[in-house]
Design a protein around this ligand. Structure first.
Ligand SMILES: Cc1ncc(COP(=O)(O)O)c(C=O)c1O
Length: 451
């Protein structure tokens, strides 16, 4: 079936027989709410490869939704976790502290943008990091309103869901939402006929109107911004926009929270995407690739802001697990020692070049965009005014997955294909995956009349 492939090995239909049995059990015992991109089950991960329970090996361009910048099971991280587990698995930082928590906080305080004293504390998931950043922002400013952006995604807990801006499936029938949360437009240059600067200025003017018409700036605690929108479709704002937003924040004493849960740890070719814009946020939320897939998250911020919450006001039993802390310390070493920031930039260039070539050939690819290795294509109905091509996007994703490449969609309209591959993917693996994508894209383009 995949004889010309060196890394991909698809031996069964997906799901294969073993996976089918597990799926039956899953349907019986697990609610249908948690979604699954691949209808199969993992057996073994290694770098950018993932093998399922039926012995099918896939090239992984999803990296557990961007959690695996250092790839599956890097030996340094596995050894650190094993070694830690042999000493103690958990003491709860609130009961007996451990050095790795302090070391990781110190490391992130140095690594994150901003040349002022910082402090960091840890939780378990991206949504929890967002929740806590908001708690700290409200406590520090004594203000209530939190402003997020259209198409933003910040998680599935009540506050993070309230800040999120896609109704189905994230918010539908889950209201009422947390009060004092508001959404404002975020630049989406591809979907506008105006120049970048016009789009930015219109949105900035809109913020001024919002302060007049909705909430005065002195009641706003924070803006929360994804420096590149992730679930929203890898939408990238201009440096001008981010810098002007920061100026507005400074003018009114509003905090700027950078949600770097998806963009962090080398994804965009820098440790943090905010570095591209030369803007220092007051608080940064991190998770996903921080610890090679181990569930841990962090909020880092200016010391005086982070210290606003009093003793016991923030935290949680498992926050900053010892296993997560040692894993994260190894991940950070690995990003340095393996040159993964440079690798991210290189992967981005390969992807952009390849996708731009496809865009020339297949006009249903409307846009190709990216920052470092955070790259996406947006599909439209050819010959229309950029009408989103949701169905063809889902078909392409499914076919690519069945041919051995794990790939995910994104975007408010479900018409974006995003790449979040491990940064340790080799050029050969990347080109093989791109070859599969091209094969499917050309097949689907030939079938376009069906859509
Ligand atoms: C920017 C951003 N913030 C927050 C989250 C929520 O993270 P988690 O799923 O770990 O709660 C995500 C998840 O995709 C994200 O992309």
């Amino acid at each position: 079936m995949s004889s010309k492939r060196k890394f991909i090995s698809i031996k069964t239909t997906i799901p294969g027989p073993v996976a089918k049995e597990l799926l039956k059990k899953k349907e019986k015992h697990v609610p249908k709410g948690p979604f699954n991109t691949m209808l199969t089950f993992a057996e073994k991960g290694d770098g950018a490869l993932l093998t399922d329970v039926d012995g099918n090996t896939f090239i992984d361009l999803a990296g557990a939704i961007g959690s695996l910048n250092v790839g599956h099971c890097p030996p340094q991280v596995v050894n650190a976790i094993k070694n830690q587990a042999e000493h103690y698995i958990h003491t709860s930082f609130h009961v007996m502290m451990y050095e790795s928590y302090i070391k990781l906080a110190e490391t992130l305080n140095e690594l994150t943008p901003g040349d002022y004293p910082k402090k960091t504390f840890f939780m378990n998931s991206g949504a929890e990091a967002v929740e806590n950043a908001i708690k700290i922002a409200r406590k520090f400013t004594g203000r209530k309103a939190i402003l997020s952006f259209d198409r933003g995604f910040h998680g599935r807990t009540y506050m993070s869901m309230s800040l999120t801006s896609k109704v189905k499936p994230y918010k539908y029938e889950f209201g009422p939402f947390v009060p004092e949360t508001y959404k404002l437009p975020y630049p989406y240059y591809y979907r506008s006929n105006k120049t970048e600067r016009e789009v930015d200025n219109e949105i900035l003017a809109n913020i001024s109107d919002f302060f007049l018409g909705e909430v005065p700036p002195e009641e706003v605690a924070a803006f929360i911004l994804e420096p590149v929108q992730g679930e929203g479709g890898f939408v990238i704002p201009s440096t001008y926009f981010v810098q002007e937003l920061k100026k507005i924040c400074e003018q009114y004493g509003i905090l700027l929270i950078a949600d770097e849960v998806q963009t962090g740890f080398g994804r965009t070719g820098r440790y943090f995407a905010m570095e591209h814009f030369d803007v220092m946020p007051d608080l940064i939320t991190m998770s996903k690739s921080i610890a090679a897939g181990f569930p841990i998250s962090a909020v880092t911020g200016k010391s005086e802001i982070m210290d606003a919450a009093g003793i016991g006001e923030i935290g949680g039993t498992y926050g900053g697990s010892p296993l997560g802390c040692v894993a994260a310390l190894e991940v950070i070493k690995m990003i340095k020692s393996e040159g993964l920031l440079e690798r991210s930039t290189h992967i981005g260039k390969v992807l952009i070049t390849h996708f731009k070539r496809l865009k020339e050939k297949y006009p249903f690819i409307g846009d190709v965009r990216g920052l470092g290795a955070m790259v996406a294509i947006e599909l439209i109905k050819p010959g229309t005014n950029k009408i989103p091509a949701k169905e063809v996007t889902s078909t392409i994703l499914k076919k690519v997955q069945n041919k051995g490449v794990i790939l995910m969609g994104a975007g408010l309209y479900g018409n974006v294909i995003r790449v979040l591959s491990p940064l340790v993917i080799t050029d050969e693996q990347l080109l093989e995956a791109l070859d599969v994508i091209e094969e499917v894209v050309s097949e689907e383009f030939a079938n376009i009349h069906e859509y």
